[in-house]
Structures are given as structure tokens and as C-alpha cells.
Design a protein around this ligand. Structure first.
Ligand code: 6J7
Length: 536
């Protein structure tokens, strides 16, 4: 009989090989596929045990059906993959390769798709159903629920990026279908994607805390706050210390921006980006943005109040800092930059004016007006920053990335240790000229120690790829530099290391570490109703 695939719908057949009985089969079972699939002679004998009726498909027909279903599946997978937001950057030919290599796998409710602690070699994209992700901190503790994922979401990248150990458990919450991709294909086709690469997870406790906090702040109204005093004034508007009327011990910094001014200076994009980046940022070395409000004249950003004052004011009053003091503030900034850079965010406005102390004396970055999320391995071209802190590639419009922040870090160290930045002239054009001559043309004052000067020079390399922080080991190269030898990084992160300057802050209402500003006597700005700020 020529090769045919058979399925019985009545009767019973027996399968034998070399005289040995392999099994018996009843209605609904399929046999005869191997000779068709592999174009070989029959590998076993099938004999009717009772009167049997079969459906049979010949080789040609079977192959046509297989080809058609294969093509249909491929097209279905392509259509689905195109709709996955994180894969939008992939070209059609890469998506097609992905559709070729993936395997569709089905799970029933309650099935473990991934078990925390197991080793893992696969990446999953959900095409149907929902999964729950849980994590167990310690062996004897109950797992904590982290999140639910559904169609278009993906998981399993952690074990493929690092040590191949699954860092959480993933369980099917109903009937689930996943497209499963092996390690090698992941590495070649998906591993370089910004979304996949830059995803960093918060601990379960932190997630719960931030969710509760977000719920609290979204329940508040603008009228629930009252102004206590002014913390700062600029062309954009003012920053006021405000308190909750219902609990006056709870104070915040409310940044109030004039909408018309933002429009006049074409800063709409920067302001929206500032809101989005800051609101998602949960780092002890970056000022928190809790929520925003808006009306017809102003935008309002409700932020954490850091009452220790600006680092700029302290530097102005003291002239310069010693090595240990500078080391602590630089370390705080390194932590903040590392947090941002892991998420592909460049800060672009490092300077003492944008570093503020909380009441414990810990330094935090504030003002994200120039921060930008850029694609993994991508560059950006907008000219921005403060002249003295701008990296040469920004001046030359060569395109810049996170390494521009490491240049500014070197400039910041220099300014904190000496009292003024290394490149500083009366006019920005002259400043840019001396920046382009390079750090080796700068004569370092004696108070900058050899090790500090070495770190500054290695941060301020003309070539961004030679800068410390921007090489294979990333920020670790900075943390391990001789100037930081013996520095208690862990203590600083946990808040157990005593800061070098402990500001005097007598209460949540104490604004004495800030300069005094006259009351706002300006006429209110005009209404600005064009609607660009709808998402604010
Ligand atoms: Br989704 C998700 N959320 C988390 C999280 O908060 N922490 C951790 N560690 N993992 C999370 N996941 C996903 C992530 O893709 O769960 C997967 C478990 O296998 C993990 O990748 P994995 O460690 O390979």
C-alpha cells in the first residue's frame, strides 16, 4: 500500500514490530505518519483485530495540508508578533525568523510554566490567557504575588540574561498559550531589544508600598494642600513648600510651572518627559514625584520635600569640599545615574544646583527637564545641558548617550573639590571652546588629590567610549576606582553610613536651608488652553 496516514473511526488495530506487540489502538487514534514525514519504509506493522473502518490520507494530500497549516500558523504568528509592543522595533525578516523558531505551547490552569530556582533556557510570549507571577524571598516564606501578565506580555528573560536561574515562578491562571523561544534564538533575535534589556524589577515589598502610595496621592485634591514658604524661584515659575491641610506634618515640594512660559520656550516635550520619567522613578538618590495637577495657567508637580537645601548653596557657603565629603555626594550621584542608565535614561543636567540634600544629608537628583529615555545602544542629538557641564560630543553635535552623564560626573567632582568647574568662561561660546581643548589642558589645583584627578580624567575622556562607566563593566569601574577604595557603598545605599554634612532641619516646615525669596508679586500668566498638557 502506498504511504498513507490513517485514523480509525471504528474497530481496533494492533501495532507490532519484529514480531513484538507495541500497542493496540481504537477509534480516533492516528498512525502511518512516520513514513510520510520521513519518506521512509513502514517502521511497524498495523493489523486489524476486528472489523475496522479507517480514514486515510495519501502522502500528497497530507503534505499539502501540513504545508498549508504551517503557512497559516506562520502568518498567524507574524500577525501576533507584529502587535506585541516590545517587538515593534524588529524588522519583518527578524519577525519571520522568530515565527519560524518559536514553538507554541499550551498550559492548563494551575500549570507551572516557570518554577523559581530552576534553571531556564527559554523565553515566553503569551498569545492567549493569563499567568500570575509570584516570588518567594526565603525558602520558608510564602510566595508573594507580583503581577498578572496577559496576551502580548512576555517573561523569562532574566534567566537568559544572567545566571540561567529562574528568579520568579510563573503559573497559568487559565488556559494559556505561549510562544516559546530558545536561548540561542532569544540571543540572536530579541536579546538586544531595549524593552527586554532595560526591564528591571522592583522587589515585591517595594511594589506594594508604591502602589499604596500612588492610591493615597491619587485620592488627594489640589485644594487639600496649602503653601508654607518658597523654596526656589526661576523663569519657569516657583517651588513652594506645601503641607497637607489634614495633616500639617506632611510637607511636600510643589513645583509650579507657567504653561505659557513652557510654550514660549518650546519646552512642552521636556516637561512631559520629566513627568513620565520622574513618576516611574523609585530610587533613594532621586527626588520622588508623587503626582501632578494642572489648571488653565499652571502645571503642578507634587514632589518629595528635601529640606537639607541645595548642594550648590552649601558649596557656595563653604567654598569647596574635602575628599571624603565629595566622595559621598559623588557616590550618591553614581547610584542615581546607575539607576537611570539601567533603564536607558540619560539625565543630561548634572550640576550642584540639581542636587539636593534630604534632612539626613543624603544627596538626591532633582529637575529632570532634560532627562530622556533613549533606545538601547541609541544616541540622541538635542543640544541641552548647562555650558560648563556639556560633553564635547554634544557641542560637536555628534550624537550622545549615557556616557555624556559620566563626562558631567567628572566635571561635578572637579567643582565640588575645587569650588569651580574646570571649563568656565564668561560666555558660553568661550566655555565650549575650552571644553573642546580637553581635560588634559586644565591645570588641577593642589587640593585635588592624585587619585581624584585620575578619576576625573578618566571620566572626562574626549572619546565617550573610553570614559569610565561606559565600558564593559559599566558603573562598577567607577565604584572600584582607587579614589573610592574603602568607601562603604552598601552603607550608603541602606542609609546606615553617616553623611558628611548633617543639615539642621528642625521640623517638616523648616525652610532655613534655602535662600529667602520675596512673595510672588508678578501678575498671573495668561490662560493657556491649547491642550498640549492633557496627559499631565
Ligand atoms: Br513579569 C515578572 N515580574 C518580575 C519581578 O518582579 N521580579 C522577577 N525577578 N521576575 C519577574 N518577572 C518575570 C521575569 O521575566 O518572571 C520571570 C521568571 O523567570 C522573570 O524571568 P526569569 O527569572 O527567567
Amino acid at each position: 500500500m502506498s504511504a498513507r496516514l490513517c485514523t480509525s473511526w471504528k474497530g481496533k488495530v494492533e501495532v507490532t514490530k519484529d514480531g513484538l506487540k507495541l500497542c493496540t489502538m481504537g477509534p480516533g487514534k492516528v498512525f502511518g505518519e512516520l513514513a510520510i514525514l520521513y519518506n521512509c519504509t513502514r517502521t511497524a506493522t498495523v493489523k486489524a483485530l476486528t472489523h475496522t473502518k479507517l480514514w486515510a490520507i495519501d502522502r500528497q494530500c497530507f503534505q499539502t495540508i501540513m504545508m498549508k497549516t504551517g503557512l497559516i500558523k506562520h502568518a498567524e504568528h507574524m500577525e501576533f508578533l507584529r502587535s506585541v509592543p516590545s517587538l515593534q522595533e524588529l524588522q519583518e525578516d527578524v519577525l519571520s525568523k522568530l515565527a519560524d523558531v518559536l514553538e507554541e505551547t499550551h498550559y492548563d490552569e494551575g500549570d507551572y510554566i516557570i518554577r523559581q530556582g530552576a534553571s531556564g533556557d527559554t523565553f515566553f510570549i503569551i498569545s492567549k490567557g493569563k499567568v500570575s507571577v509570584t516570588q518567594q524571598k526565603l525558602a520558608n516564606e510564602e510566595p508573594v504575588f507580583l503581577c498578572t501578565l496577559s496576551r502580548g506580555d512576555w517573561f523569562g528573560e532574566q534567566a537568559l540574561k544572567g545566571e540561567d536561574v529562574r528568579t520568579a515562578s510563573v503559573v497559568a491562571a487559565d488556559d494559556v498559550t505561549c510562544l516559546v523561544i530558545d536561548r540561542e534564538s532569544f540571543k540572536q533575535l530579541i536579546g538586544g531589544l531595549e524593552d527586554v534589556n532595560s526591564r528591571v524589577y522592583e522587589s515585591a515589598e517595594a511594589k506594594a508600598k508604591f502602589e499604596a502610595e500612588a492610591a493615597f496621592f491619587s485620592s488627594l485634591d489640589f485644594s487639600d494642600f496649602q503653601i508654607v514658604n518658597t523654596l526656589g524661584v526661576g523663569g519657569f515659575g516657583r517651588v513652594e513648600l506645601v503641607q497637607l491641610k489634614s495633616d500639617e506634618s506632611q510637607t511636600f515640594a510643589m513645583k509650579i510651572l507657567k504653561k505659557q512660559h513652557i510654550l514660549d520656550t518650546r519646552q512642552q516635550g521636556h516637561i512631559l518627559s520629566e513627568k513620565h520619567i520622574m513618576q516611574e522613578t523609585h530610587c533613594g538618590f532621586i527626588v520622588r514625584l508623587y503626582r501632578t495637577f494642572r489648571d488653565r495657567k499652571y502645571l503642578y508637580m507634587l514632589m518629595e520635600a528635601c529640606l537639607g537645601g541645595e548642594l550648590w548653596t552649601i558649596l557656595r557657603d563653604r567654598g569647596s569640599f574635602d575628599d571624603a565629603t565629595t566622595r559621598f555626594y559623588t557616590a550618591c550621584v553614581v547610584e542615581a545615574l546607575s539607576y537611570l542608565h539601567c533603564r536607558s535614561i540619560i539625565y543630561r543636567d548634572l550640576k550642584p544646583e540639581n542636587i539636593i540634600l534630604d534632612q539626613r544629608g543624603c544627596a538626591k537628583l532633582v529637575d529632570f527637564g532634560f532627562a530622556k529615555k533613549i533606545g538601547y545602544g541609541k544616541k540622541t542629538w538635542t543640544f541641552c545641558g548647562t555650558p560648563e557641564y556639556v560633553a564635547p560630543e554634544i557641542i560637536l553635535n555628534k550624537g550622545h548617550d549615557i556616557s555624556a552623564d559620566y563626562w558631567s560626573l567628572g566635571i561635578l567632582m572637579y567643582e565640588l573639590l575645587s569650588g569651580s568647574p574646570p571649563f568656565s568662561e564668561s560666555d558660553p561660546m568661550k566655555t565650549y571652546n575650552i571644553i573642546l581643548r580637553g581635560i588634559d589642558m586644565v591645570e588641577f589645583p593642589k587640593k585635588i588629590t592624585k587619585n581624584a584627578a585620575n578619576l576625573i580624567k578618566r571620566l572626562c575622556r574626549d572619546n565617550p567610549s573610553e570614559r569610565l562607566g561606559n565600558q564593559k563593566n559599566g558603573v562598577k569601574d567607577i565604584q572600584k576606582h582607587k579614589w573610592f577604595e574603602g568607601f562603604n557603598w552598601e552603607g550608603m545605599r541602606k542609609g546606615t553610613l553617616t553623611p558628611p554634612i548633617i543639615p539642621s532641619v528642625s521640623s517638616p516646615l523648616d525652610t532655613s536651608n534655602f535662600d529667602c525669596f520675596p512673595e510672588d508679586s508678578e501678575d498671573p500668566p495668561p490662560d493657556e488652553d491649547s491642550g498640549w498638557d492633557a496627559e499631565f
